[in-house]
Design a protein around this ligand. Structure first.
Ligand SMILES: [Zn+2]
Length: 278
């Protein structure tokens, strides 16, 4: 496990302070080239810190399981080093999309599994399965688009929004009680944590993650055209059958392709600027 950045998160002293902080930190991204609008206000029903803590706990358990099966890539694994180098470039611009990302303890790990899958949990906990690298034979640009997409789900706090929508006020009450010391109501964080790996995002969340990922990649000097070739590879691999966990949560199709192609010209300038700087 390697921490890319380690800055302790701030604690808010009251619920009011939390709500004020939450609403002011994640403003509409006025700099953005892609058009995604402001984040959902529903997400403020679930405290970000609690969710990030739960994610950290579940991520730790996942890595422990992988380690016990000898399926966790060591720090000197060349593919893991490649992933960390690409993610490191994307992370530079992450705070543009969410100020909280400055405090996240970003982690990137590679897990041995035939599944084609990758995710980024709240708080910047990223895992990629070896099946994605092997079955798709992704280029660095394509890998950046996968990572950018997954990081975008975390930056736009889609898990927070989804849990708020599915748990409603129940989550608010129990998480709030725990957060503000109103009594022990069981291991709420762990319960929320177990949901994080099985979350299915909405179509709108997927579109948003595609576009934010596209822009994150372009700003870091990765070719946005790779978003299209990536999905073509996904489709071909799915046609060949087996192990496409990623596609079960990320249905491909003409709409996704069309939207990506429409948005490539919006980020091309950023890509060229990034290339000129390198
Ligand atoms: Zn997604």
């Amino acid at each position: 496990m390697r921490r890319i950045r380690a800055v302790p998160p701030p604690r808010c002293g009251s619920r009011r302070a939390f709500l004020l902080t939450a609403s002011s930190l994640v403003a509409a991204p006025v700099f953005a080239q892609v058009n995604v609008g402001p984040p959902s206000s529903m997400r403020s029903l679930v405290p970000a810190e609690e969710l990030e803590q739960a994610a950290t706990q579940q991520y730790g358990e996942l890595l422990e399981q992988a380690r016990s099966k000898n399926a966790l890539a060591p720090d000197n694994n060349p593919q893991l080093q490649r992933l960390r180098a690409i993610a490191g470039r994307l992370i530079v611009d992450a705070p543009r999309w969410n100020e909280r990302a400055r405090q996240w303890h970003w982690e990137v790990n590679l897990i041995g599994s035939k599944q084609v899958n990758a995710f980024c949990m709240p708080g910047g906990k990223i895992a990629v399965f070896t099946g994605l690298l092997q079955q798709l034979q992704v280029t660095d640009d394509e890998l950046a688009m996968v990572l950018g997409h997954e990081m975008a789900h975390a930056l736009r706090e889609h898990a927070r929004e989804r849990i708020a929508k599915t748990q409603g006020t129940g989550a608010l009450l129990s998480l709030g009680a725990q957060l503000f010391g109103l009594g022990q109501l069981g291991n709420v964080a762990a319960d929320i944590g177990t949901q994080l790996l099985s979350l299915k995002y909405s179509r709108d969340d997927e579109t948003e993650a595609d576009l934010v990922g596209l822009e994150l990649g372009a700003r870091a000097g990765f070719n946005p055209e790779a978003a299209v070739s990536l999905w073509e590879k996904m489709d071909r691999a799915a046609g060949a059958g087996g192990g496409m966990a990623f596609l079960s949560t990320h249905p491909s199709g003409p709409d996704r392709m069309r939207r990506l192609k429409e948005n490539i010209p919006r980020v091309e300038g950023l890509y060229r600027q990034a290339l000129a700087r390198r």
